[in-house]
Design a protein. Structure first.
Length: 217
């Protein structure tokens, strides 16, 4: 998180998810803006998390070792390790769709884009403006079953577990050559609680346009 509106939405989504799963919430900021600024951003984010859920178990990690060429997954992996928790492959990484840097016209920030292609474990991209109270209780979990069979199976299993946990409808989208895969997915975006896809270029393209959070497994 970096203090941007998108990262505030990511913190809100991650807080709600950690509460639903009964897991820890680890807030991570690299120290590119300076350690004092980074610490203040983390503490503000922790305060927001606790206001939305007083039971939230939050930990703060100010990551000081990243350089401009490092993969964000490395930063996240070190942060998870620093808390004594599971490795990054077992953790769920939640980021805003774009941060405070980059060009104003970019819909998907550089960190989010790199994590879509190079990250490990489960990744969730949260659009700006996401709030728990705006999610329809009957909004569907949308699973996008494309690519190799093992990818499709992994996506459908992850989406089904989530739908059953929250008692939501499950929509499984299977694309074919007659319809562009991104267009086929975005038809269901308006009524989705979350869209679940396998890693790859389709996931990146959907994340740029979707108004619902996008989970990549």
């Amino acid at each position: 998180m970096d203090g941007s509106a998108s990262s505030a939405s990511a913190v809100a989504w991650a807080t709600a998810e950690a509460s639903a799963e009964g897991t820890r919430l680890v807030l991570v900021h690299d120290s590119g803006a300076g350690r004092a600024v980074g610490r203040a951003l983390l503490e503000r984010a922790r305060d927001r998390a606790r206001r939305s859920d007083p039971r939230a178990s939050t930990e703060l990690v100010l990551e000081a070792d990243r350089d401009d060429g490092a993969c964000p997954a490395g930063t996240i992996g070190r942060a998870v390790g620093a808390t004594g928790g599971a490795d990054a492959e077992q953790a769920m990484t939640v980021v805003g769709r774009r941060g405070s840097g980059g060009f104003p016209g970019m819909r998907l920030g550089s960190t989010a884009r790199r994590l879509v292609h190079d990250g490990i474990g489960t990744l969730v991209l949260v659009p700006p403006g996401w709030e728990p109270g705006r999610v329809d209780p009957q909004a569907a979990v949308v699973a996008v079953a494309t690519g190799p069979c093992e990818d499709a199976d992994r996506v459908v299993v992850a989406a089904r577990l989530r739908a059953e946990r929250d008692e939501r409808p499950l929509v499984v989208v299977r694309t074919d050559r007659q319809q562009h895969p991104v267009a086929a997915v975005l038809v269901h975006d308006a009524g989705a609680e979350i869209i679940v896809l396998p890693r790859g270029p389709t996931a990146a393209a959907v994340a740029e346009e979707a108004t619902a959070p996008v989970m990549i497994v």
